[in-house]
Structure formats: C-alpha cells, structure tokens
Design a protein around this ligand. Structure first.
Ligand SMILES: *[C@@H]1O[C@H](CO)[C@@H](O)[C@H](O)[C@H]1NC(C)=O
Ligand SMILES: *[C@@H]1O[C@H](CO)[C@@H](O)[C@H](O)[C@H]1NC(C)=O
Length: 289
C-alpha cells in the first residue's frame, strides 16, 4: 500500500492517536497470576499449568473465589469453565460482573449443581441501579462437567448478551429511555466463585450437599477481555468501535434464530412469564416490544 504523507507532522499525530485509541480498549487474554486476585478461601485455590488454569475448590470449611484486577465499563468478556463433576448438588459455581457502588449493578452466570446424572441449571440474573429479580434459567445442550466451554458476556451501550459457546441465550436491551434500569455508568469487575448454597440451589433446597464428597472442584481458563478500562481514558473507548466490534453489537439474523431455538428448547424459567410472582403486573421491560 502506498501511503502519501504530505504533512509528516500531521501523520505522526495520527499515529499517536491510533496508538492511544487502541490502548483504551485492550484485548487481554491469559494468565491468572496477572489478571486476578484471590479474595476468598485461598487454601482452596490452585493455579495450574503456570497460571493458565485456576481450580476453585470447596471443602467443609470454605468455598473459594477470585476477582479481576481491572474494572471494566463495557466489553466482551469470556471465561472458559469446567464445572464440578459427579454429584454437585448444593454447589453454585459462578462467573459474574459486579459494581462496587451503592446502586448495585450485576450480571450473573450461576451454575446450580445437581445430583449425578441430572442436568446442571444455568441461572442468570441482571441487577441495574440496585434492582434485580430478573432471573432466567436454562438447561445446556452439553455436559458442562466433561470439558471447558466458553461463557461470554457482551456488554455495550445497546444491550447485554449472554452467550454460551457463541450461542446467545439471553439478551437484555438498554431501555433507559423507557425508565428501565441498565448497567451503563458504573464500572464492574469480574468475579468467580464456588460456594455452598444447599438451602436453595438444587431443586429449591430439597437436595442437599453430600459433604462426604469434598472437595468439590471447578476449573477456569481462557479469561479473555476485550473491554473498556475506565482507569485509562474512557472517553476514547467510545470512539474506537473499529477496534472493538462488540461495542455496537446486536444480534444478527442467525443469532436471533439461535436465541429463539434456546428459548423454545432449553429455557426452564423466565421471570417475564411468572405472573404469580408479580401479581401487580410484570416488570416493565417484560411488556415492551
Ligand atoms: C472456546 O473459545 C476458544 C477461543 O476462541 C476456542 O479455541 C475453543 O474451541 C472454544 N471452546 C468451545 C467448547 O467452543
Ligand atoms: C436437577 O435435575 C432435576 C431432574 O432432571 C431437575 O428437575 C432440576 O430442575 C435440576 N436442577 C436443579 C438445580 O435442581
């Protein structure tokens, strides 16, 4: 490619701008030593393969968990996870985003364990400006304990998309203009944990944890973030969609078809269909087109 540079000074300026723009959104992949801090149950956390894999365990004393060193304001964030195998009843394995301020934002992937031979339940929820109660649950189309799979959140100013191996399971649109909360102005960190929730996790608490089976272990790897870092110059992030195609991403036709397939075949709970739970009317976002 022949590049005619008529004004070297301007061209240099252009290069500097390019470099600064692309550093506002950074693609970071890899090593857990560099990317996360252990925040809970350190004795039950194990770095493996030189930090490429992190194993979280739960024993009779404690579960365990970690948090990303960075915070993000919009991004495409992926974690590969391999869940507790065998009888995992009572356990919950998580990958979620959460803010730290008072009006809490949170976006959850939570995997509810189950007795051997029964499927896991993927439980999702969204909190915006302190309001949650937006649960949706799904079965998966594979055994999530046999291998690693990709769990991804695309979080941009238009929508939040939950993907499993690139198949969209759930979309939550930004309806701030209609008065529905949407996480948009507070950075969030990535949290992952394995903990005991035998009071409610499995068949509503009917099936308890089998404590003779400890330790329970779940594995994480491939933590990828292509995200905006508010700690850097965040305003630049909004200009750089050329470097971050997820910034304007909405579902395309093929993905809409997949979403519909998931909804018809794998969805097991949807708060927007739970009229008993909301006798005074469904939440507003459920009634918008
Ligand atoms: C998860 O994503 C990685 C990176 O794109 C890919 O190599 C891997 O095959 C994916 N795993 C599955 C189960 O799709
Ligand atoms: C566990 O498996 C049973 C039987 O397939 C199912 O009814 C239940 O919803 C599953 N999940 C949980 C979290 O209880």
């Amino acid at each position: 490619m022949a590049l005619r540079v008529s004004n070297p000074k301007l061209f240099f300026q252009f290069l500097v701008t390019l470099v600064t723009l692309s550093s506002a959104t950074k693609f970071v992949s890899g090593n857990f030593y560099q990317l996360v801090d252990i925040i809970w149950g350190g004795q039950n956390v194990q770095y493996q393969d030189g930090g490429d894999v992190l194993a979280l365990s739960m024993d009779t004393i404690s579960g365990s968990g970690f948090v990303s060193k960075h915070e993000y304001l919009f991004g495409r964030i992926t974690m590969q996870m391999k869940l507790v195998s065998g009888n995992s009843a009572g356990t919950v394995t998580t990958f979620y985003l959460a803010s730290s301020g008072v009006s809490h934002d949170e976006v959850d992937f939570e995997f509810l364990g189950n007795q051997s031979g029964n499927p896991y339940v993927l439980h999702t929820n969204i909190f915006a400006q302190g309001k949650g109660d937006r649960e949706m649950q799904f079965n998966l189309w594979f055994d999530p304990t046999a291998d690693f799979h990709n769990y991804t959140l695309i979080w941009n100013p238009l929508n939040l998309i939950f993907l499993v191996d690139d198949v969209p399971l759930r979309v939550f649109r930004n309806r701030l203009e209609d008065g529905v909360g949407f996480p948009h102005d507070q950075p969030m960190r990535v949290y992952c944990s394995l903990w005991d929730a035998e009071e409610w996790a499995t068949e509503g608490g009917r099936v308890k944890t089998d404590w003779t089976l400890v330790p329970f272990t779940a594995y994480y790897k491939g933590f990828d973030t292509d995200a905006c870092y508010p700690a850097y110059d965040y305003s630049k992030c909004q200009w750089s969609s050329a470097w971050s195609p997820w910034y304007n991403q909405e579902l395309d036709n093929g993905q809409i078809w997949n979403l519909k397939w998931v909804n018809d075949n794998l969805k097991i709970y949807d708060y927007c269909e739970d009229t008993k739970r909301f006798p005074d009317g469904l939440p507003k976002e459920c009634t918008l087109p």
